[in-house]
Design a protein around this ligand. Structure first.
Ligand code: PXP
Length: 260
């Protein structure tokens, strides 16, 4: 929200990692993540997100070069806080870097980054990215001590990990769903008060996106696996357009409620 209480627009970042997962299952160059990224933008994405993992299990270095040189929209590079990734980021200068925790054994990013436990390592890392004009986001759980640590590190943005909330939806744990949504709401409000921009993502689907999109402090959602999965049934254009529509509807309801 602005000081005047107006609701800020909500951006959609489409994560194209799993287009690369399908490509890599056979090698070769089909399906092409860059083609998917362009299609997603035509369908209403405001930006493209890609996670360059240490093991390159989906997105590869060539994908990052192609996305950076061929896309007109902001590129959000997700990466672990390693020396290798810092060099790559400084080389390509994406619009933003989102620092995530990374374990080789995990199927996907399992939880938020422990910023509070490593401020003295993360702050100088962020300083180098920011000095190069790159916006820095930290992917964290919506806990007050992590948000305060993100502020202490001079991050521009926090991205709230919505995985636990989405897992509660998947297991039909109604109490958990309400509790996790409450944590996301409180975390978003706290971070915005501290002057941090607030994003959210991980595991979001058509069913779980609306309540998160209704949190006025959140200005960007990053969504990937579900959109690429749905594209098998309806096409990527359709899945991105439908998600965009759900986000816009949820946001319009917030604006309506505020002005009523
Ligand atoms: N945001 C961050 C920081 C992530 O690491 C991921 C997964 O790579 C996402 C958003 C997107 O999650 P999903 O693919 O489950 O929509």
């Amino acid at each position: 929200m602005t000081d005047a209480g107006a609701i800020l627009p909500l951006r959609l970042g489409v994560n194209i990692d799993h287009v690369a997962t399908i490509r890599n299952a056979r090698g070769g160059d089909h399906p092409d993540p860059l083609r998917a990224a362009k299609l997603a933008v035509e369908a209403g994405a405001d930006g493209i997100t890609a996670h360059l993992r240490e093991d390159r299990r989906h997105i590869g270095d060539k994908d990052i070069s192609a996305l950076k040189s061929e896309l007109d929209c902001p590129l959000n590079l997700e990466m672990a806080a390693t020396a290798e990734m810092l060099d790559i980021a400084l080389d390509h200068r994406p619009h933003a870097c989102c620092i995530v925790p990374e374990k080789r054994s995990e199927l996907t990013t399992e939880g938020g980054l422990d910023v509070a436990g490593q401020v003295s390592d993360i702050k100088p890392y962020i300083d180098q990215l920011r000095a190069a004009g790159i916006r820095v986001s930290l992917f964290i759980d919506p806990d007050a001590h992590q948000i305060e640590a993100a502020k202490a590190c001079d991050a521009d943005v926090i991205e709230i990990h919505t995985g636990t909330y989405c897992e509660a939806a998947f297991t039909r744990d109604e109490a958990g769903l309400e509790r996790e949504l409450g944590r996301i709401e409180q975390g978003a409000a706290l971070a915005a008060q501290a002057g941090l921009e607030v994003h959210a993502g991980h595991g979001l689907t058509y069913d779980t996106t609306g309540p998160v999109a209704s949190i006025p402090e959140i200005v960007e959602l990053n969504i990937g696996h579900f959109l690429v999965g749905e594209a098998i049934f309806s096409g990527l254009d359709s899945s991105v357009r439908r998600m965009r529509g759900l986000m816009d509807k949820a946001r319009a309801n917030v604006s309506g409620a505020r002005s009523a």
